[in-house]
Design a protein around this ligand. Sequence first.
Ligand code: GLY
Ligand code: MN
Ligand code: MN
Length: 438
Amino acid sequence: MTVDKTTIFKARRKRFAEAIGKGAVAVIPSAPVAVRSRDVEFPYHQDHDFYYLSGFDEPESVIIIAPEHPEGEFAMLVRPRDKDREIWTGRRAGVEGALALFGADKAFTIDELDDVLPRYLRDAERVFYSLGGDERMNARMIQLMRASEANRERYGVGPTALLDPREILHEHRLFKQPEELDAMRRAIAISADAHRRAMATAKGGSGEWEIQALLEYAFRSQGATGPAYPSIVASGANATVLHYIHNDRRMEQGDLLLIDAGSEYDFYASDITRTFPVGTRFNDAQRDLYQLVLEAQLKGIAAVKPGVSFETPHEAAVRTLVEGMRELKLLAGAVDDLISTGAYRQFYMHRTSHWLGMDVHDVGLYRVDGESRKLEPGMVLTIEPGIYIAADDDSAPAQMRGIGIRIEDDVLVTPGGHEVLSAQIPKSVAEIESLTAA
Ligand code: GLY
Ligand code: MN
Ligand code: MN
């Protein structure tokens, strides 16, 4: 790891340590290894909270953050160096690396956990640990808490509270620092290139899987880890299935192709959707619906600025969609009624936004004190309205059935309003057709 990066992770730990305060100890385990089948594992992916604080991406590790603890504020428990194992599964930092490269004040091997944890917990007042998916670790922590109760009766010290570190950590992660925005911009630039290539390449007869391969080639060949989530390459009526990931249909010239695909770069996700006609121009029904989704998306984006609630872009997008759906004879009735009854959900059944960061659906509260949260500079969210008309929906005009359209951009809240981080990807009808009908 470079010196710069060590400084960044150290600053994050310092901020977190200040937030949990003296007398607290936080224990954060690495992600478990997931088995794909029998002896084959999924490629390892580190827990994002663990990585955010440590920059360490090995499994079977635990970090301890203990502000002003006499043994040191930052302890790491890691796999030991092991010549034989490293021949099979690659290099390990080991205790030496944890100290020299990752800024640990103290480092131990992971098999010392049962000795080390009680030493840190014994005198703590508050323990921060989130009961996660690792049942053995959960059981160990609960047992330690029980043991310390007895200690407290006898000696008057020991933790009285088990708290969730995510309350604090996720609030930190919600506001992106410059180095995080750099990684997100890079992930987005790579995705932008991939989406442009897909628009220019897809033709009647192309397999959805071929376009998926092209996208993911563009991701990997430009230094991304890969897709940040399973790529959706949905042609024709497949686009009306929100989480379609089979990607096994051969598309026809003139189908709409909905691509929801974003690369992950250095642990940061991008999340981008474009919808375009395969190998030609939009037909009339496609264009009418596309223009409506685009208008709703632009209204949603225009609403993004500090001080407005998280719901405001959604409300702006929904109102625009509902007005347009009436004009296109998809819905009938008063706009306010169609909104308040939720009748529009027949064609728009998901939300307009979510936070974006290390996770594609990133961490951070959407509601605070019972109210929708206000946007603030440094937050990144998606704006992604859509229209989905089932192929067998007899209530819709015939030429619109089987059309699914979504347009999704990644938007940073800035002091003056917003910046569309993915603005470089074509989305006007003219821009798109200059690629698809070239
Ligand atoms: N790709 C997942 C989403 O758009 O939320
Ligand atoms: Mn999204
Ligand atoms: Mn998406």
